[in-house]
Ligand binder design. Structure first.
Ligand code: ADP
Ligand code: ASP
Ligand code: MG
Length: 633
């Protein structure tokens, strides 16, 4: 006797036959003694059709009217499914988001849920009815006499409706029914021998979902994690058990501000890192592979890696290592830079480390370097022992670009310069000069009203695979602003203005090379944004560039982002290297690299995206050669 929320996606209710099949499954669950709330999406392709109609009428349709229009898709399905249940003799009632009281903020087309009224739902459940609720939609709160407005949660948002309802009703289980038998190691439409996972942690699922695995809406995973909702992803075509998404058992949270609660859960710091930067490394396939494989062979654990494109021909690669490994890392980097001046031969970098005396004179702290005066083709290795990594973490940051910008802003106000920045949906990390550590932590704790704690040194679980899943995102674009003054406050200004336009930024990368322009050092900042936001992001950057001497904006939407995700990569050397090697073996050039604790992402050219995904999937032995996935429709 459990209370279950079941969610059926578009393909699962894509025809009259499918709606009847879903009704039969729902009835069988009730007959087995369970109480059911069912959330449905619009019938397959219905939402796309409505979007197209709107764009046929207007090139820039009003967001409020879009919500009124798109919410009709789900309204059709709830009525049809209720009828199908009633036809089977099962009493049922359909409710729109407004009728339930799924209260959201007034942000049309991307509203977050604030609160869910449960009184009416509970009353109908007590009457023995199955309640069929429209996913993807809500209603504003109408505070102080404001008009009530229909809202939608953003494409793919029905998953979020379902998990939010499960949290509000304290349901025993939330089942997400879709057109594949569960969560796979990668999209089975793109890689035919992807393997079905029996379980995945919320942390891993959150990264995969936000990096392009559309099987779950990332905000649904966020709610499951925050409220400890038990979730399973299954096929509505079979009785196979599907994939369990494991939520940590957290402390109970209030339901008010469901999706708007505290965005940051904690501030972390890592005092044990040092930075290595390599400037003017050739921009061709195999470079990152060679460098990080050599590091891995010497047992150097690399944490943050960032690589930015510079001037078209060469890249800067910067990374952090455990401080005790710094000498080792320096020796490898130096030997590698020497090797780069010779024709590239297979394992040339092998055995590079250990030769302490090969350390170059050019290796000195960045702060001591007066100006970039090296010949253009010479690789330079720069070390910095005196850094700390400070991070803010929390699933509440998803889709709220203002939080990272706020971090940059408060650090800038304190005169603290950001050296490396690396972001994921749930973590923003920066390296800063070690002398600023205490002040930075105090400021961040005060700003976000949380405590700070050292980064936990995690020992890898030998049982867990280093990589759980691989994702491809073809909907990102790369933007860069070149020659930005290297002073506190620049990153804050840029990302605050993008946040004000509600643009989520991923993979922020600052170049390591400083170039003097009229006596002031400058850097390049590159990042990825969703393609749909590219035009606005570009305008925003152009406006900033105009206020700066010599700054320039570049954009490229022909990019693909390939990411590997797994908690098993924590503290395991060589995982990133294996990805880079796999891409190099396919002659795929890596344009940008960014890592966070449990993921590595590479930007490559769009036409190589699918091949890069396959290569990454195979490199970590994720294939299931015993069976192939049949996808209906
Ligand atoms: P629904 O309409 O049921 O919400 P979606 O189309 O939104 O379904 O999500 C299901 C699709 O997600 C699958 O058909 C599959 O192509 C895609 N997908 C992407 N990555 C993964 C993954 N790692 N595991 C399973 N499916 C994935
Ligand atoms: N129907 C909406 C969409 O297509 C919501 C969903 O299916 O989750 O985006
Ligand atoms: Mg979906």
């Amino acid at each position: 006797m459990a209370l279950i929320v079941q969610k059926y996606g578009g393909t699962s209710v894509g025809s009259v036959e499918r709606i009847k099949a879903v009704a039969a499954r729902v009835k069988a669950t009730v007959d087995a003694g369970h109480t059911l709330v069912v959330v449905v999406s619009a019938m397959a392709k219905e939402t796309d059709k409505l979007v197209k109609l709107a764009h046929d009428i207007s090139s820039n349709p009003c967001r409020r009217e879009m919500d009124v229009l798109l919410s009709t898709g789900e309204q059709q399905t709830i009525a049809l499914l209720s009828m199908a249940l009633q036809a089977l003799g099962q009493s049922a009632i359909s409710l729109t988001g407004a009728q339930v009281g799924i209260e959201t903020e007034p942000a049309h087309t991307r509203a977050r849920i604030i609160n869910i009224q449960t009184e009416r739902l509970e009353r109908h459940l007590k009457e023995g009815k199955v309640v069929v609720v429209a996913g993807f939609q809500g209603i504003t709160q109408g505070l102080q006499g404001a008009d009530l407005e229909v809202t939608t949660l953003g494409r793919g948002g029905s998953d979020t409706s379902a998990v939010a309802l499960a949290a509000a009703l304290k349901a025993d289980l939330c089942e997400i029914y879709t057109d594949v038998p569960g969560v796979f190691t990668t999209d089975p439409r793109l890689v035919e021998n992807a393997s079905l996972l029996t379980e995945i942690t919320c942390d891993e699922m959150l990264e995969l979902a936000s990096l392009g695995a559309k099987v779950l809406h990332p905000r649904a995973v966020e709610i499951a994690r925050n409220y400890g909702v038990q979730m399973v992803v299954r096929s509505s075509w079979s009785d196979a058990p599907g994939t369990k998404v494991i939520a940590p058992g957290g402390s109970p949270r209030p339901l008010h501000n469901l999706e708007l609660g505290r965005p940051v859960d904690g501030v972390r710091f890592d005092l044990d890192q040092a930075k290595v930067a390599m400037l003017r490394v050739a921009d061709r396939p195999g470079i990152a592979a060679g460098l990080f494989s050599a590091m891995a062979r010497q047992g150097v654990t690399v944490d943050l890696i960032i690589q930015s494109i510079h001037d078209g021909n060469t890249n800067d690669i910067a990374f952090t290592v455990d401080r005790p490994s710094l000498n080792q890392a320096e020796a490898v980097a130096t030997a590698f830079s020497v090797m780069l001046h010779q024709p590239l031969k297979g394992d040339a970098a092998k055995g590079a480390a250990g030769k302490e005396d090969s350390r170059r004179e050019g290796a000195r702290p960045e702060s001591a370097r007066p100006e970039d005066t090296r010949p253009e083709d010479e690789v330079e290795v720069i070390l910095d022992r005196d850094i700390v990594k400070v991070s803010i973490v929390g699933a509440g940051m998803i889709g709220r670009p203002g939080i990272a910008a706020q971090m940059f802003q408060v650090l800038a106000e304190a005169g603290i310069n950001l050296q490396m920045i690396s972001t994921s949906e749930v973590n923003v990390s920066c390296t800063i000069a070690a002398e600023h550590c205490d002040r930075a932590l105090a400021i961040l704790c005060k700003t976000f009203a949380v405590d700070s704690s050292p980064n936990q040194v995690s020992t890898p679980d030998p049982e867990s695979p280093p990589v759980r899943g691989v994702a491809l995102d073809l909907k990102q674009a790369r933007l860069a602003i070149l020659r930005v003054p290297d002073r506190p406050g620049m990153a804050a200004q840029i990302f605050q203005e993008l946040a004000a336009a509600n643009i989520s930024v991923d993979m922020i990368i600052q170049s390591q090379r400083s170039r003097p322009i009229r006596g002031e050092m400058t850097r390049d900042i590159a990042f990825t944004v969703p393609q749909i936001d590219l035009a606005i992001a570009q305008q925003t950057l152009e406006a900033i560039a105009q206020t700066l001497d010599n700054a320039e904006v570049t954009a490229d939407s022909d990019v693909a982002k390939v990411s590997i995700v797994g908690t098993g990569m924590l503290g395991r050397p060589g995982v990133a290297a294996r990805l880079f090697e796999a891409l190099a073996a396919q002659s795929i050039n890596i344009q940008m690299i960014a890592t966070s604790e449990i993921r590595v992402s590479c930007v490559v050219s769009k036409d190589q995206g699918a091949d890069a995904l396959k290569a990454a999937h195979a490199a970590f032995g994720l294939e299931d050669l015993t069976q192939r996935v049949e996808i209906p429709g």
